[in-house]
Design a protein around this ligand. Structure first.
Ligand SMILES: [Zn+2]
Length: 284
């Protein structure tokens, strides 16, 4: 048995792991991602000069998203890949050369510890924290494709219930670019519910060149779904589990569609490509 001081020493000596891979059936046909799962920082960054309350806000992480991601992965016996660090350190859902990769100001809060992040520091954070997540997602998708079943990707996020004082009416929204294979049927499922308001590319547009789904879905021709759930609905564990159960119910018929498990290239509204009709899989 370790003395308490040895335990502390062991913890502080182990390197910070930026990615969490939850194992699942590689031939299950779906991979879950959570870009903004946690509000913690690697110890060497302390608190980036921010007071504790800022880490409870959406600027630090997507409230409720990790619980929903874990519940969905368990429901579908699917693998999941999550980041373990706050987006205040570096945003995994931005392109590697995006100027907002390391934010100096976020929703009214100045982030003192990022004010000193020069090009070398940004490059270090990209290599140490951002790239391992991209690499892990890529490796899991490769392993899933090797089973012969083409995986779909579901990326789980949450959004604030108001913006600049204006309440947001949607309970759940879907962000997407040009590949309609999952967003359209998923929104149809949500639309069958009496008391649930779905949003189509709300509260923002889903076409962002270089973001996680642009890299792993658009560029690889894999069908995907980016879900945003309003954070006041999922701020408790019970709320997040309830919403994960709703999502699982709506997702099941979507994942059963044959076209969701085919490789097709739609291009992006963001990268200037002209719309291209889906390519039948036998022509690829
Ligand atoms: Zn997010």
């Amino acid at each position: 048995m370790f003395a308490p001081s040895s335990l502390v020493m062991l913890q502080s000596c182990s390197p910070f792991q930026p990615v969490l891979n939850i194992a699942g059936n590689l031939d299950c046909g779906v991979l879950f991602l959570c870009d903004h799962a946690r509000n913690v920082l690697p110890p060497e960054y302390e608190d980036l000069g921010l007071p504790p309350e800022q880490f409870q806000r959406h600027i630090a992480y997507d409230i409720g998203a990790e619980t929903m991601t874990r519940a969905l992965a368990a429901h579908f016996h699917a693998p999941a890949v999550l980041t373990t660090y706050s987006r205040l350190l570096i945003d995994p859902n931005r392109g590697g050369d995006d100027p907002t990769l390391v934010m100096r100001l976020s929703d009214g809060a100045i982030i003192p510890g990022n004010g000193y992040a020069d090009a070398d520091e940004v490059a270090y954070r990209r290599a140490r924290f951002w790239q391992p997540y991209r690499d892990e997602v890529c490796a899991v998708l490769d392993a899933m494709l090797a089973t012969g079943v083409v995986p779909a990707i579901v990326s789980v996020h949450s959004f604030t219930n108001a913006w600049k004082g204006v309440p947001r009416p949607w309970h759940i929204t879907v962000l997407w670019d040009r590949d309609y294979r999952m967003p359209k049927p998923f929104l149809q499922e949500v639309g069958r519910e009496q008391d649930i308001i779905g949003g189509d590319n709300e509260p923002y547009d889903g076409a962002l060149v270089g973001d996680t789904l642009h890299e792993h879905s658009t560029r690889r021709g894999l069908a995907s779904l980016l879900l945003e759930v309003r954070q006041d609905l999922i701020g408790t564990e019970q709320g997040a589990l309830t919403w994960a159960a709703h999502i699982a119910r709506w997702l099941t018929p979507v994942l059963a569609r044959e076209e969701v498990h085919q490789i097709r290239f739609f291009g992006s509204r963001g990268d200037g490509l002209r719309y291209q009709p889906p390519i039948p899989v036998h022509e690829i």
